[in-house]
Write a protein that binds this ligand. Structure first.
Ligand code: PMP
Length: 437
């Protein structure tokens, strides 16, 4: 054994295994909560994915691509995007943005929006660069900025108290203009904008977007605009693309996802749209990391977009139907939560809903000075004891701000009505037990 310990092999192993860029980012909410949900949940409103099927036209397109005559669809395609997909994306986004887009240089297909984000941070962020992130935020932004060597700079949306008797709305969470301006400096390389926002469901107004745009132009800052929930907007609200504002096209990368757009998160097809001067650098990262994503999935998504281009704005369009259905589900969950005293923040967009759990504090008592924020403990207790899975809101905050936002949890309502009903049954039973004890 002594001989073994002193072997040269052992000596080598004393060097750190992991690269420095991974320091501090090895903990991940999804690993833990996806496992908990799989082990304990009877009803899973945690992770963001629909439990209803992707639309028939999309699944049929996939099957046709898979079993059809064109056997080349089983081989590599163009690295930066399967030609039929980049063509239709250029047409579609060209129409939305009111500008001519070149499919080869203004569009790049990625492995989900995740990889689009990764390409952006790797392509634009250097050691010492700062990237502004608006809290609460999709958690991987922070890790990806750090992995690229950059420094995340956080600015929280501030909650304005709603009018008496009114439900809270995601619109009550607002940027403080002076606070936002104070975050920009000569070190700022980019800001990440996520509208509609995961987890709050906030849809940024034109005024808020203009505020961000003016600061970007003034300080020559890039905007990484994560718009994966662009079609999931409710109550007649409008999703405004920041790239369409004055001075912003040249400095914005728009990110989208077929996973969210067509309710097919497992396909992992995403895209970026932007000026060639930015996208050329994304292509370098993409080429040298994943090369491209599954050809058949890209072919099917291309056909989905061709259909949507034809039906644009018409009642049969999936982009019209999906938000209509989801709005009903949202309203249903709002009612259900309200009736048990979990105060919902009514989202203007996305398929997420954040609720205030303060009234349930007596069920899961706080442990002051614990390392774990209260909402983490609450969500873990809830899935283990009630079988209902949700995600703690503080997971979407930086370490410094987690404890100020630890009495909310996030639910996903892109679920079959039967799933939402089962969630309601759990909540109503829980409420009854509370009142009788
Ligand atoms: N951005 C946001 C805001 C998201 O919520 C998600 C998925 N939860 C992604 C990006 C990743 O999308 P995809 O599944 O297409 O990689």
């Amino acid at each position: 054994q002594t001989r073994f310990l002193s072997s040269p092999f052992q000596a080598k192993m004393s060097r750190p295994l992991q690269a420095r860029r991974l320091e501090g980012i090895d903990k991940n909410i999804w690993v833990e909560f996806v496992k908990l949900a799989a082990t304990y949940s009877k009803v899973n409103l945690g992770q963001g994915f629909p439990d209803f099927p992707a639309p028939d036209f999309l699944r049929e397109a996939f099957t046709r691509a898979l079993g059809g005559e064109n056997h080349m669809l089983h081989q590599y395609t163009r690295a930066f995007g399967h030609p039929p997909l980049v063509k239709v994306l250029a047409q579609f986004f060209g129409k939305l943005l009111g500008r001519d887009l070149d499919p080869m240089t203004n569009v790049m297909v990625t492995v989900g929006a995740y990889q689009a984000l990764f390409c952006c941070f790797q392509a634009f962020v250097d050691e010492g660069d700062e990237v502004i992130i608006i809290e609460p935020f999709f958690d991987c932004y922070e890790a990806m900025v750090k992995m690229a060597g950059g420094t995340p700079v956080f600015i929280p949306l501030r909650l304005k108290a709603p009018k008496d008797g009114k439900l809270m709305s995601s619109a009550d969470w607002q940027l403080d203009p002076a606070e936002l301006a104070s975050k920009f400096s000569e070190r700022t390389k980019a800001i990440v904008l996520n509208s509609p926002n995961n987890p709050l469901g906030k849809v940024f107004s034109r005024g808020e977007l203009e505020l961000i745009a003016d600061l970007c132009v003034k300080h020559d800052v890039l905007c990484i605009s994560d718009e994966v929930y662009e079609w999931l907007v409710y109550d007649g609200k409008e999703h405004i693309r920041i790239a369409s504002l004055q001075g912003m096209w040249d400095r914005t990368v728009i990110i989208g996802s077929a996973g969210k757009t067509f309710s097919a998160t497992g396909w992992k097809v995403g895209w970026t749209v932007g000026p060639d001067r930015l996208l050329q650098h994304l292509r370098t990262v993409h080429q040298n990391s994943v090369y491209h994503c599954a050809t058949i999935a890209q072919e099917a998504v291309a056909q989905g977009f061709q259909r949507e281009l034809m039906l644009y704005g018409k009642p049969d369009s999936y982009f019209v139907q999906l938000p209509r259905e989801l709005q009903q589900k949202r309203d249903w969950l709002v009612q259900s939560l309200e009736s048990v005293g979990m105060k919902p923040i009514v989202p203007e967009g996305t398929y997420f809903l954040v609720a205030d759990i303060s009234e349930f504090k007596s069920d899961v008592p706080d442990v002051p000075n614990s390392d774990e924020p209260y909402d983490y403990r609450f969500a873990k207790w809830m899935v283990k004891n009630k079988g209902l899975a949700a995600i703690p809101l503080s997971a979407f905050y930086s370490e410094a701000h987690k404890n100020s936002y630890s009495h909310f949890i996030r639910f996903c309502f892109a679920k079959e009505d039967a799933t939402l009903k089962a969630a309601n049954d759990i909540l109503q039973k829980w409420k009854k037990e509370k009142t009788s004890s």
